[in-house]
Design a protein around this ligand. Sequence first.
Ligand code: ATP
Ligand code: PRP
Ligand code: NIO
Ligand code: MG
Length: 557
Amino acid sequence: MKDKPESNSHSKVPAVPGPTNPMVTPLLNDLYQFTMSYAYWRAGKHQEHAVFDLYFRKNPFGGEYTVFAGLDECIRFIANFKLTEDDICFIRKTLPPSCEDGFFEYLRGIDCSDVEVHAITEGSVVFPKVPLLRIEGPVAVVQLLETPFVNLVNYASLVTTNAARHRFVAGKSKLLLEFGLRRAQGPDGGIGASKYCYMGGFDATSNVAAGKLFGIPLRGTHSHAFVSSFMSPEEIVHKPLCSFDGSTTCEDFVALVQSWLEKIQRSKLLSVGDTNQSELAAFTSYALAFPNDFLALVDTYDVARSGVPNFCAVALALHELGYKAAGIRLDSGDLAYLSGEARKIFCQVEKEFKVAGFGKMTITASNDLNEETLEALNKQGHEVDTFGIGTYLVTCYAQAALGCVFKLVEIKNQPRIKLSEDVSKVSIPCKKRSYRLYGKEGYPLVDIITGENEPSPKVGERILCRHPFIESKRAYVVPQHVEELLKCYWPGASGKQREELPSLGDIRDRCIKQLEQMRPDHMRKLNPTPYKVSVSTRLYEFIHSLWLNEAPVGELQ
Ligand SMILES: Nc1ncnc2c1ncn2[C@@H]1O[C@H](COP(=O)(O)OP(=O)(O)OP(=O)(O)O)[C@@H](O)[C@H]1O
Ligand SMILES: O=P(O)(O)OC[C@H]1O[C@H](OP(=O)(O)OP(=O)(O)O)[C@H](O)[C@@H]1O
Ligand SMILES: O=C(O)c1cccnc1
Ligand SMILES: [Mg+2]
């Protein structure tokens, strides 16, 4: 994994760091992209100017929105696109021996300096059929970008959307931690999940490599292994603990904890019996290691009878020395009920021992959480402040893939269409522009796709927005604000101004802001209202004339 800027070997293109994952090279591709490339070359078509759109057809997770992610990695990929001698040698061995040498000479010379990429800004809320990226350039080169681009955008957008959905259910006030590395689909899945869950609105990750690579805040607690590794308090040999301000030293912190446990046990308000002593030893030992960040996993033996009282004894001992404990984690059982029980005990401790703020102790919950369990917890009422979420989040358990596609829409200035029995799969031809039109209340109303050379929609001017395929579906819109969606992120040889690639933090901010800006009925979990995606009248008529032109007329017998 690398993150430092590289000087791109070819002079015409600006320096952009390589892809995060060094496995992302021109060979991370489907074989058919190379065979097609050869066939274009053999036919003398390889330099023909082609335009492709990358888009998806259906929002994931039964929702009505998607967050676009992966653009930064796509631009890193093309900025550094170069086949090595070794790569060319391998392609030569792989293709049939009849393939002519000239093709390999051609491969040796190609880069993406004459490819132009327009894209929607990463972190934007996006909708089906609207191009996320428009890629144009020599057909044989752009063809080689299909698989890597779709690969870089698919999971990135899916998991960012999944994170955004978890954030939506959890609410703004909760802290969300991504704990998925151990369950992610391999190392790249793990790194990608951490990066894109942060982008989608998570606050931190447990993944140390992602913290180093992307500057994502790192957070963590401890596991059951640490608790069960202790047998008794006698195991703790190093017992002194210096007070928070350094003015005194408690020579036997283990005894101090024990004395606090006895006070808790004597309290009528708390009514605590014997607790598990090996658990107490583990907590005491952890507090000695991290007196400023003491957090305990309290569900190894019995949350209410042992884990929470033991935690309170250690936290009160730390408090006596001027420290503030960080909180508890629950990792099994009924999280609504147990978080409520823990909160009651914390409030009783605050009252009994007059420790201001103890009742507000942070409660973290984990264990197979997903949108549904978060929603169930909300319905029941709970006292959890922080959620640690792994498996369901990073594996995108509710939907395995976002069906992004990469379709040819124009070649040599000639619009192309892909027809299908399934109308939703018919591609929208031509090199296009797209706009988001905002209404009176400030919400986005509709996205409209137009031909490249049509005049743009204007604020205050009524425009007819048509469903791309269904004639009867259309609406007039008078936009209060118009935002052009596709921006130039890689100018190729066009000389256009290149958009800066924003930092991960800026993309995350954009994502959060865009999600908040959506009309609530598009965002709700149950039966959300579809957001409208439309085309201009001119594009509508053009699509349908091309459709009729290309579709053979059947004959009934
Ligand atoms: N109050 C609740 N409402 C709905 N779902 C909950 C609630 N509390 C916990 N859950 C979820 O219920 C599931 C419980 O998991 P499981 O049946 O494996 O039990 P467990 O508590 O993990 O048991 P074990 O002690 O064996 O680890 C988890 O997915 C968890 O997120
Ligand atoms: O549940 P997830 O959403 O995937 O979150 C991550 C899980 O990983 C850890 O334990 P692990 O699951 O490895 O052990 P456990 O099965 O004993 O809980 C942690 O305690 C969480 O339960
Ligand atoms: O820090 C934690 O509590 C953690 C990290 C990864 C997985 N489960 C829990
Ligand atoms: Mg678990």
